[in-house]
Ligand binder design. Structure first.
Ligand SMILES: [Zn+2]
Length: 273
């Protein structure tokens, strides 16, 4: 099994002390490539830095809607510069979050649209976040004619899913589907995602699958738990795990333009070097 975790926050402080081990666990578990999520300018630089040191890590460059209020005239030029590196495979995480509302809606919309325009101008896909922001989120994507994008960590309902699929978006499924309280609806909805639109991600260190036993230390999620998520998805679809793994890996390579790793990832030098 060869999986790709399309969204892991490996620059998070939770991974500061043992990132090398976290990465070797992932490789040992069959997660051969990981896209490290950038959520601020600084964080995107760190994600790029990590990806430059490991062949099987890639990065996104973007500003999360929570941080939209911190954006300024430097934001887009900085992102453009970070994203000029081929290791940056998408613009994002960007989008709208009307759930936490850490930034005012007008700021969120302004900087979401600006990042979408950046992605279109440099022809890179988008790694999108939307929480309680449907249908505004879809309207913006439609107006700007977005085609290559993933709605990461999809947790919404049927109407929202339909609208994203109509826009041609890929759909990212996390361990939320393993949550018997909040994720039950996804067990049914995942069957409505065309096989060539499904992507898998952990969103580590967040969203540790609730049915993982024993629960990891400090309940920290890791890319190594992605096989647990693909098994849950395959069960929900009543399909063989290997098939779902192969398809989602192919989808991730198609959207983000990833090649297969050239060498055995385990042979690479440690991050600390
Ligand atoms: Zn997100």
């Amino acid at each position: 099994m060869q999986l790709i975790d399309i969204g892991a926050n490996l620059t998070h402080a939770a991974f500061e002390s043992d990132l090398d081990e976290v990465i070797s666990h992932a490789l040992a578990a069959g997660v051969g490539q990981i896209i490290v999520t950038g959520t601020t300018i600084e964080d995107s630089r760190r994600a790029l830095d990590l990806s430059l040191r490991k062949e099987f890590l890639f990065a996104t460059a973007g500003v999360h809607p929570h941080h939209a209020r911190d954006c300024n005239a430097e934001t887009i030029p900085s992102l453009r510069q970070i994203a000029s590196d081929p290791r940056v495979v998408a613009i994002g995480e960007c989008g709208l979050d009307f759930n936490r509302n850490y930034s005012p809606h007008p700021d969120q919309e302004k900087w979401f649209a600006a990042q979408v325009e950046l992605a279109l101008s440099i022809q890179k896909p988008l790694f999108l976040h939307s929480r309680d922001a449907h249908p505004r989120f879809s309207e913006i994507l439609k107006t700007l004619k977005v085609e290559n994008a993933v709605a990461h960590c999809f947790t919404g309902g049927r109407a929202e899913l339909r609208s994203y699929l109509d826009l041609g978006l890929y759909i990212g499924i996390t361990g939320w589907i393993c949550d018997e309280r909040r994720g039950r609806h996804l067990l049914e909805l995942v069957g409505e995602i065309p096989p060539d639109r499904l992507l898998l991600e952990t969103d580590a260190p967040y969203l540790t699958p609730r049915d993982l036993h024993p629960q990891p230390k400090a309940r920290r999620n890791e890319p190594a738990f992605l096989p647990h998520i693909v098994r849950a998805v395959a069960r929900a679809l009543s399909r063989p795990v290997e098939e779902v793994a192969t398809e989602t890996t192919r989808n991730a390579r198609a959207l983000f333009g990833l090649n297969e790793p050239r060498s055995s990832p385990a042979a690479k030098r440690p991050l600390a070097a």
